[in-house]
Design a protein around this ligand. Structure first.
Ligand SMILES: Cc1cc2nc3c(=O)[nH]c(=O)nc-3n(C[C@H](O)[C@H](O)[C@H](O)COP(=O)(O)OP(=O)(O)OC[C@H]3O[C@@H](n4cnc5c(N)ncnc54)[C@H](O)[C@@H]3O)c2cc1C
Length: 427
């Protein structure tokens, strides 16, 4: 049987120790079978266990093998499209509910870290950096919008102030969100897996769900076993393939790449990011970066539509890093890796129920560290019969990609090229 290891990355190289987790070899019976041990799956499992459910988690590879163990580690509030877009698309009542939840994911992460003593290098403070005056204007309205929903830990940064938090000459200003921040993403998800097990949940690694037998008593099949459950939560996101064809039709896996430099040393690291905040710029195809605990610059950016793995990641990402920080021209890149996130046409998450007992959340479109933690709570509430917040997400429209499975990749790439041009010329 295949034994899929973690892809090589800075995170895999600096992961906290984790116990071996054997593959499922039996028939087991439980209340909830969760498919996928990333943030969505484990956040759901934790909330369910805390509420007395029995839970078994099936993971095709290893805990955090997907985006949750490879991402930029940036705790970013709200959703991939902001609350004003939601307001225009679904109206004020639903937007009000979704707006109130837009800052909850970051709080959940901090609660989890504190409650389960998770060692994941958590730091407070995230900066949105504006490259153009138009982007700065957008940040000013974003601040007003977020404050309308009670989110007040925000500070606008003018050109002088942003130089005090990041040594990059590209920016005309920015916004600091002190409830943003950053983490070692793989160590967060490993800590959450340990918390699941401490509450009596079981996690089977190297155990892909290969078939779901739907019906009143659903059964999830793996190559060597099966799980009978009252409920199933599908949390495989961009790595799920065609297990649930209805979900595959409305989303598209995309790749994005990250590099980690050699350790920069305390002095250079402090010159680049004196307060150790993380930064993302405001472009449609954005660059994002931060320092690791051992003072490497972890820099990500770019999107590969259709999730093909690029041959030379360093050749794609290093020039972006040098554009922001020419002072790093002699610094070595120690790690380069790629990971997949799931894009939806609206760029809003897709949440719902198939039949009575199969629940899902997917497609946070590259902006999921906070949302996935919230999703776990909202799915667990729905299984407990409190579906108001679940319904607010489930009622968001799901659109198929134009061009179907065959043409969705070139169409989406064309759209991104257009938005990339707009960024370049400051529209
Ligand atoms: C390179 C990269 C950088 C990113 N940076 C950021 C960032 O800085 N900030 C931010 O907010 N968001 C970021 N994101 C997005 C964020 O990481 C994701 O939105 C989030 O981790 C998704 O979590 P998930 O649990 O839904 O999916 P995943 O973490 O992908 O987990 C899905 C899991 O399901 C498993 N699985 C799939 N199919 C099956 C099956 N059939 N049976 C069993 N198991 C299965 C997979 O092996 C995987 O472990 C980034 C994404 C990438 C790829």
């Amino acid at each position: 049987m295949a034994n899929t290891p973690y892809p090589e990355s800075y995170y895999a190289a600096s992961a906290n120790a984790a116990p071996p987790r054997p593959a499922l070899q039996d028939d087991v019976e439980t209340d909830v079978c969760v498919i996928g041990a990333g943030y969505t799956g484990l956040s759901s499992a934790l909330f369910l266990l805390e509420n007395g459910f029995r839970v078994a988690v099936l993971e095709a590879a290893k805990v955090g093998f997907g985006a949750s163990g490879r991402n930029g580690g940036q705790i970013v509030n709200s959703y991939s499209r902001d609350i004003d877009v939601i307001e225009r698309s679904v109206g004020p009542k639903q937007a009000q509910l979704l707006g109130q939840m837009a800052f909850e994911g970051g709080r959940i992460i901090r609660e989890r870290v504190a409650k389960y003593n998770i060692q994941c290098d958590l730091k407070d403070g995230g900066v949105f950096a504006a490259i153009t005056a138009k982007q700065m204007g957008h940040l000013e309205s974003q601040k007003r919008l977020w404050e309308r929903f009670g989110h007040t830990q925000l500070e606008l940064l003018d050109q002088r102030r942003i130089r005090e938090v990041v040594a990059c000459d590209q920016y005309v200003g920015g916004m600091l969100d002190m409830s943003g921040g950053h983490i070692h993403p793989l160590n967060l998800v490993l800590g959450e897996a340990a918390a699941v097990e401490s509450l009596g949940g079981t996690i089977y690694e190297q155990s892909p769900a290969v078939r779901i037998e739907r019906g009143a008593n659903p059964v999830v099949h793996t190559p060597q076993g099966k799980v009978r459950a009252k409920f199933i939560i599908v949390a495989g996101n961009a790595y799920i393939g065609n297990l649930v064809p209805e979900l595959a039709a409305k989303s598209m896996p995309c790749g994005t790449q990250v590099i980690a430099t050699e350790p920069l040393g305390d002095e250079l690291a402090k010159r680049l990011l004196p307060q150790d905040y993380c930064v993302e710029d405001c472009n449609y195809l954005l660059d994002y970066y931060r320092l690791s605990a051992d003072k490497r610059l972890i820099f990500g950016g770019g999107v590969v539509y259709g999730a093909r793995d690029p041959a030379n990641i360093e050749a794609i990402i290093r020039p972006k890093m040098l554009k922001a920080f020419p002072q790093l021209k002699d610094v070595k890149i120690d790690y380069a890796w790629t990971g997949n996130f799931l894009l939806t046409l609206s760029r809003l998450p897709q949440v719902g129920r198939l039949g009575d007992n199969i629940y899902y959340s997917q497609g946070c479109s590259g902006h999921g560290v906070t949302y996935t933690h919230l999703a776990g709570k909202v799915l667990a509430e729905a299984l407990r019969g409190q579906a108001e917040r679940f319904d607010a997400f489930a009622d968001l429209p799901h659109y198929p990609f134009p061009g179907g499975q065959l043409l969705r990749t070139p169409f989406a790439a064309l759209g991104a090229w257009y938005y990339g041009l707009r960024d370049k010329f400051g529209y």
